[in-house]
Design a protein around this ligand. Structure first.
Ligand SMILES: C[S@@+](CC[C@H](N)C(=O)[O-])C[C@H]1O[C@@H](n2cnc3c(N)ncnc32)[C@H](O)[C@@H]1O
Length: 366
């Protein structure tokens, strides 16, 4: 059973957290493996050019967590300027403190307290995501929660889950981008020397790796995963960059690997690359569909589903209706938080952030 961590266990991130060296030989091996495989779950062009072994983890951060997500809380001016929203940090901190499921977010001058512990914006996102998920995970009666994450970047959420639920999570990270595979393996191994972190390659079967705490697995090898055996499926800011065929394949993978009663969490922009409706499996009962402070485009819901065995599109329609008529209507209305009146720059939040998003899409040629 998942146990809440104590107040005395407030996270602190090492200053040299991302001083992790790339492994050129490993990267070449993964890239060659990717070229040889026949799977078409391949990354788009942005990802094939973004990651090279000679790029440090620092350079890659912006690709994984965005130009705002990578910023330290110790740099509030940079957060305001890069996001184009003077009040973003305060709004995110308030949100995190408001939903804190673990009782670890300090009250009072929260932003400073977290900045002193080397928090970055992305770590607030991790706390947000885990706090939203915690109530849905509370009643799993098993020694270990089995998590299947697609497109986990450098392992941000895997790190958060291990910090929040030490010794109680087995995490499988699937990715199709060689640099993400190589760095997530290197990062999580360095961050958790006490855990067994493995990279699954070659002809390994599931039984070769199933005793590990963290398994990094190339997407083209995901068929080795046992069916109906995971409790939580995750995709954050990753399906949003894929075409419908790729998303369909990952939905099928999640639907076949998550056990009935298990939970799926998705947090993706729906007005970014592919903008039509997804083929969300009909048997996924929708439990939640809301924006979070990380939602940097208009339509960017955090969605939670419970995997069922019968058609639950009724729940999907219901949550979609509330989302469109409440969250999106709220975003469009003047009720949206306005920039901090004390700030010298008074950026117009919505046009600014949306035009940045559009510029980013254009720059990436997507
Ligand atoms: C913007 S990053 C988000 C990382 C992470 N979820 C987070 O929020 O910190 C997108 C992730 O999707 C992965 N990705 C891109 N294309 C993919 C594909 N076709 N299959 C699997 N993963 C993919 C990237 O390697 C990266 O890990």
């Amino acid at each position: 059973m998942i146990v809440k961590i104590g107040v005395d266990q407030l996270w602190e991130f090492p200053v040299d957290r991302f001083e992790v060296l790339g492994d050129r030989l490993m990267l070449d091996r993964i890239a060659a493996d990717l070229r040889d495989q026949s799977d078409d779950r391949t990354p788009n062009e942005h990802w094939t050019t973004a990651g090279r072994a000679d790029e440090s983890m620092h350079t890659m951060l912006t690709h994984w967590v965005g130009s705002v997500g990578e910023l330290p809380l110790a740099e509030p001016a940079a957060i305001a300027q890069t996001s184009g929203e003077a009040g973003l940090l305060a709004r995110t901190v308030e949100f995190v403190a408001g939903i804190d499921a673990f009782g670890i977010v300090p009250q009072g001058d929260t932003a400073h307290a977290l900045a002193d512990r080397n928090f970055r914006m992305m770590d607030l996102h991790t706390l947000t995501e885990l706090s939203i998920l915690a109530p849905f995970l509370a009643d799993f009666e098993k020694p270990k929660l089995r998590v299947l994450e697609i497109g986990g970047g450098f392992g941000r959420l895997a790190e958060g889950l291990q910090l929040a639920f030490p010794g109680q999570v087995q995490h499988v990270l699937i990715d199709a981008v060689p640099t993400s595979l190589m760095y997530s393996f290197a990062y999580l191994r360095a961050r958790f020397p006490q855990l067994r972190v493995v990279f699954s390659e070659g002809e390994q079967s599931w039984s070769d790796v199933e005793s590990a705490d963290i398994v990094v697995l190339p997407s083209w090898r995901s068929e080795i995963l046992p069916v109906r055996s995971f409790d939580l499926g995750i995709n954050i800011a990753s399906f949003q960059e894929m075409d419908l065929a790729n998303v369909d394949r990952y939905f099928r993978l999640l639907d076949s690997r998550i056990a009935p009663g298990g939970v799926v969490a998705l947090h993706n922009s729906r007005d970014y690359v592919f903008q039509g409706p997804w083929h969300t499996p009909e048997n996924w009962e929708q439990l939640l569909k809301r924006r979070t402070p990380r939602s940097w485009t208009r339509d960017f819901p955090f969605e939670v589903f419970r995997v069922r065995t019968q058609d639950r599109t009724d729940s999907q329609r219901l949550h979609d209706y509330f989302y469109r008529t409440q969250d999106l209507a709220y975003f469009d209305s003047a009720a949206m938080p306005s920039p901090d009146p004390g700030s010298e720059e008074q950026p117009a939040r919505r046009p600014n952030r949306l035009s940045r998003a559009a510029a980013r899409i254009r720059a990436r040629g997507l």
